[in-house]
Design a protein around this ligand. Sequence first.
Ligand code: NAI
Ligand code: COI
Ligand code: MG
Length: 367
Amino acid sequence: MANPSLLILAGDGIGPEVMDEVKRIIGWFGDKRGVSFDVSEDLVGGAAYDKHGVPLHDDTMAKAQEVDAVLLGAVGGPKYDDLDFSVKPERGLLRLRKEMDLFANLRPAQCFDALADFSSLKKELVAGLDIMIVRELTSGVYFGEPRGIHMEDNMRVGINTQRYTEAEIERGARAAFELAMKRDKRLCSMEKANVMESGILWRDVVTEVHADYPEVELSHMYADNGAMQLVRAPKQFDVIYTDNLFGDILSDCAAMLTGSLGMLPSASLGVPMENGRPKAMYEPVHGSAPDITGQGKANPIACILSFAMALRYSFDMGGEADRLEAAIEAVLADGARTGDLMGPEGGTPLSTTEMGDVILAALDASL
Ligand SMILES: NC(=O)C1=CN([C@@H]2O[C@H](COP(=O)(O)OP(=O)(O)OC[C@H]3O[C@@H](n4cnc5c(N)ncnc54)[C@H](O)[C@@H]3O)[C@@H](O)[C@H]2O)C=CC1
Ligand SMILES: CC(C)CC(=O)C(=O)O
Ligand SMILES: [Mg+2]
């Protein structure tokens, strides 16, 4: 049988730096576990713009539709900030999400014991934290029409539209309820039904879907209160289901509970393909981090954990995903830290490659 296929789109900034470490991990699984992938690579974001004048070439889009999973690093950077909106690097990523129809973005926020002291919150608030944010990814205000900037009465007006159909809310809700069933059976849906019609519809549809999952305890919360509750008492949550914009913001917020944005992976899943695997893309939650690009400072763990999610959600290799996550937990327990995980007491941080080295050594030790 053919090996499963992976398309790597490393992107911009620290994207290629953290992806280099993932490539070594993929190599390790091939050499030491007999888990091999057909890996191809292509450009996305500013890198694609530099070569093709667009942030995602049609051929790359076609490849992404064919493979079993896409691994993405990050896109964007100051070099591209003044480009026309239609060719900005971020548009390449949005196109992938939209055309692959990756409606369920899973963003787990887990606090490794070794990092509980490092969170910006008190240790007792975050120790043992394990939240799953399910963010709707293909609709909402990032995609709604009308959009744009135009002149009105001699003044520029910027418009974006929050638009959700009940089908879009429903399919994400089902994904979130399914996850809750496999976890602690608690789901909190977050919107702003107090001020937004789309929020009222969101609440109604999630409540309707709940009828099919009576074992799950459902609660509703306004998203602004949700942000506050995430930093007040994050462990009250199990699964959170929210829209594209609120999910983007709330997951960055949840990232800091775990110690660093450099720790948070994500899986973006769509409908099953002919082979039964869901359309899928895996990427760290963080961006291209221009402030640390090219300095060997990037933490590769979010990207490596994203590959662990690929093993689990695309390739049904939960055991291998557990092995990789355990290796990361072991090196953190051993004190391995990139600069983003170091407190004011200082010390010498590991470089991106050195963090890759110790994770590979921990994988070797797991055999
Ligand atoms: N999925 C993606 O490709 C995303 C791309 N972006 C893009 O990235 C560019 C920079 O955006 P920012 O708002 O600065 O967000 P960012 O996530 O790139 O960086 C925010 C802060 O976190 C730090 N950081 C992020 N990842 C890190 C890692 N792995 N290790 C150590 N430190 C890390 C950065 O150094 C920076 O101080 C923009 O062009 C933005 O549009 C932003 C978010 C997501
Ligand atoms: C298109 C991305 C840059 C938006 C974002 O911040 C994210 O998806 O996390
Ligand atoms: Mg974001």
